[in-house]
Design a protein around this ligand. Structure first.
Ligand code: ADP
Ligand code: ASP
Ligand code: MG
Length: 368
């Protein structure tokens, strides 16, 4: 059986008209791809709103299973509504929560990883011609508590299901026409890639290309699932393929970081669990390191003595960039570079967040 997993993001499901459109896209695709599983995000803005309420009422608590319960609720609305819209068109459909599937995860609240995915319930639907519409972003612990896979994690749900069902492809429908040389909402003349390798995409996503969740790429690479990023508004456009072999790419991305300091080297010399340290250095002033903003609680819980700056922005040039583009990144006119990070295929600089827009546009004009 040729199975396709189709994931629709929050902007594609933001209101009733958008949901009607997505139902039409699925119905029309059924002529070519009759066996599909659909994964949905919450309506655009919903999860931010839920996060705001959690912060207002329990912000100081840090990661917490009840926060996951609240955050996961937005996807139940869209899964149910899209299933209703499909049924109204005569397409048999059924909404599923993550825990009903089940997608079983660890207990890394707020950013869990799947450890097991059931496929049999969805396979029964597919065998009887029903389109399963699955809540993205949600999981469940072996003990039965609701979990979430990290912000943007519906992409990961889609690839996890594609792997469990041995699907031929995982299609990610979103509000842009693929993966671009820079965020097209900042850079109108950014170009969409035809294809990107798993490794290059993982670096782009890890350093800020929000269009695909980094964990989704890891799942896709480990299971050999081709990922096709497509526009919901223009589903017939060619989009971008993410697969093993692809052309070399170069892009500019951005992501908020925290700059940390400790007076001395921590006792525990190995990396902290669940924290990606982007750069580190030791000087007379102490031990200095950079992490993503999302890692704040993970750092504080393991190294309570560490202190950090206000969030800054890491602007990164990824891939085989030219000398000209690298010079443009290192010497932006009138912008102070606070720190520079160099790794194979990555050159990144830390700046004040207010400079993000100018930095991206400046560097992109020098991208070949
Ligand atoms: P969805 O709601 O469909 O999951 P997201 O907001 O998570 O969509 O991701 C799509 C957004 O990612 C685009 O609207 C775009 O602004 C942003 N983006 C950032 N970097 C890139 C990039 N390099 N290529 C494409 N989109 C990007
Ligand atoms: N709704 C979740 C979020 O906003 C998951 C997703 O959109 O992929 O992060
Ligand atoms: Mg997303």
């Amino acid at each position: 059986m040729q199975i396709v997993v189709k994931k629709f993001g929050g902007t594609s499901l933001a209101n009733v008209d958008n949901i009607h459109h997505v139902a039409n896209v699925i119905q029309q695709s059924q002529q070519k791809q009759p066996t599909c599983v659909v994964v949905v995000s919450a309506m655009a803005g919903t999860t931010n709103n839920l996060q705001y309420w959690c912060n207002e009422l329990g912000g100081a608590l840090g990661p917490n299973p009840d926060r996951d319960l609240v955050l996961s609720s937005g996807e139940m609305i869209t899964a149910g509504l899209l299933s209703l819209a499909l049924q109204s068109r005569g397409v048999p459909a059924r909404a599923w929560t993550g825990w009903q599937v089940p997608i079983v995860t660890n207990e890394d609240w707020g950013r869990c990883d799947a450890v097991f995915t059931g496929a049999s319930a969805l396979q029964s639907d597919l065998a009887s011609g029903v389109v399963p519409v699955v809540c993205g972003f949600q999981g469940v612990t072996p003990g039965g508590r609701i979990t979430t896979l990290g912000r943007g994690g519906s992409d990961t749900t889609a690839v996890i299901l594609a792997a469990a069902l041995k699907a031929n492809v995982c299609e990610i429908f979103t509000d842009v026409q693929g993966v671009y040389t820079a965020d097209p909402s900042y850079v109108p003349d950014a170009r969409a890639y035809g294809d990107v390798s798993y490794d290059a995409m993982l670096t782009l996503s890890h350093f800020g290309a929000k269009v695909l969740h980094a964990n989704a790429i890891i799942w896709a690479k480990n299971n050999g699932i081709p990922v096709h990023v497509l526009s919901t508004a223009k589903p017939d456009q060619s989009g971008t393929w993410i697969r093993e072999k692809a052309q070399q790419v170069c892009g500019v991305v951005y992501k908020p970081v925290l700059s940390w300091r400790m007076n001395s080297l921590p006792d525990q010399k190995q990396d902290m669990t669940g924290v990606s340290i982007i750069d580190r250095s030791l000087s007379a002033k102490g031990f200095h390191f950079l992490t993503w903003v999302d890692d704040y609680h993970a750092v504080k819980s393991q190294w309570p003595d560490a202190t950090c700056s206000d969030p800054k922005m890491l602007v990164s040039l990824i891939g085989s960039s030219s000398h000209t583009a690298q010079c443009a990144l290192r010497n932006p006119p009138g912008i102070l570079i606070e720190h520079c990070v160099q790794q194979p295929n990555i050159l990144a600089v830390m700046v004040e967040q207010k400079h993000t827009y100018d930095m991206i546009r400046h560097v992109h004009t020098h991208l070949v």
